[in-house]
Ligand binder design. Structure first.
Ligand code: COA
Length: 321
């Protein structure tokens, strides 16, 4: 048995903010952001919670899968920006959806989070322990941004995506790869609240996302092609046989570099970073849902999902739809 995706969903906050709007509140320009990243606008949560966005995405995915929430064995939520430290986003979702039977927990692998959660679902399904799993990836990253740091805050957006997976003997995940390199974690980080027990002195303020953009860029253009090659090799297919590559939406130049290195035509690498920016763990499931809803994937197609992010972490899965 393997995990087959049988329904997808996505939800973006209502408020869309263009580069031009950002240039009114900070020293940046549409030209700079667009030429460096491909991003034109992003959605930022003003009134929505992450739980509400994830629940909207999850309901769409369940509906397409023809499954009731009560049937779910497990909910895995990939996020680094849950509404609460406790309980987890997955448990909040379980309550929202009334998925009483489900075991629910979060996974934090930053922008690789959805891939890691999907691979975890696949492992549970392969073990025979569970058969029906909701995998969600979503973020409200705007709360973790330093809005005085133009080099990071213009890159990211908010939103959530979901996929329902079920055990299947024929279709589904064929081969996967994942990796971590904690020794290089400082190139993309965000510290949490400081210890404030009575025995420590602590005056430091809350921290926001900080990034060495060029180091992350170099890491991404090397790691993503390697991960794609390994995942397809494990799946027993060639890169040429893959119909679509659903890649983490961080920067159009990274996607163009992957295309060049692996000789993949850009038509096989769909994008929504133009209007979404980088939504970390939400990026891949939201794009997957966009593509699915536009009828761009047919049953039996070969798809590769691949991402990279803080940790550092990276992963890829090759699957049949
Ligand atoms: N608007 C205008 N100017 C900006 C700016 C902004 N929003 N942000 C930075 N700049 C300026 C810098 O201050 C710098 O100015 P200086 O030369 O006077 O010092 C200049 O633009 C160039 O900055 P640099 O960091 O060299 O740009 P870059 O070409 O490396 O592009 C990134 C920056 C972040 C777009 C690029 O490094 C990148 O995409 N990296 C990967 C990031 C990523 O994928 N992160 C997600 C991981 S999941």
């Amino acid at each position: 048995m393997r995990a087959r995706i049988c329904g997808t969903g996505s939800a973006l906050p209502r408020r869309e903010v263009t580069n031009d709007e950002l240039s009114k509140i900070m020293d940046t320009s549409d030209e700079w952001i667009r030429s460096r990243t491909g991003i034109c606008s992003r959605h930022l949560a003003v009134e929505e919670s992450l739980t509400a966005l994830a629940a909207r995405a999850a309901r769409q995915a369940l509906s397409e899968a023809g499954m009731e929430a009560a049937e779910l064995d497990m909910i895995l939520a990939a996020t680094l920006s849950a509404d609460k430290l406790l309980p987890s986003l997955a448990c909040e979702l379980q309550r929202e959806l009334s998925a009483e039977r489900a075991v629910a927990f979060d996974i934090n692998a930053a922008c690789s989070g959805f891939i890691f959660a999907l691979q975890t679902a696949d492992a549970y399904i392969k073990s025979g322990q569970y058969g029906k799993i909701l995998v969600v990836g979503g973020e409200i990253l705007s709360k973790l941004m330093d809005w005085n740091d133009r080099s990071t805050c213009v890159l990211f957006g908010d939103g959530a995506g979901a996929a329902v997976v079920r055990a299947d003997s024929e279709f589904g995940i064929l081969g996967s790869v994942q990796g971590s390199d904690g020794a290089r974690g400082e190139v993309l980080m965000c510290e949490d609240r400081k210890n404030n027990n009575p025995y420590v002195s602590n005056t430091k303020d809350l921290s926001y996302v900080s990034m060495d953009g060029q180091e992350v860029y170099k890491f991404a253009v090397r790691t993503v092609p390697e991960a794609i090659l390994k995942a397809t090799e494990r799946a027993g297919i060639s890169v040429d046989e893959v119909d679509l590559f659903i890649l983490h939406q961080a920067n159009i130049r990274i996607l163009q570099s992957v295309s060049k290195r692996l000789k993949i035509p850009m038509e096989k690498i769909p994008m929504n970073l133009q209007t979404c920016g980088n939504i970390s763990a939400g990026s891949i499931p939201i794009l997957l849902d966009f593509v699915n809803r536009r009828g761009m994937i047919q049953r039996g197609n070969k798809i590769v999902l691949a991402g990279f992010g803080a940790g550092l972490t990276w992963g890829a899965s090759a699957l049949t739809w």
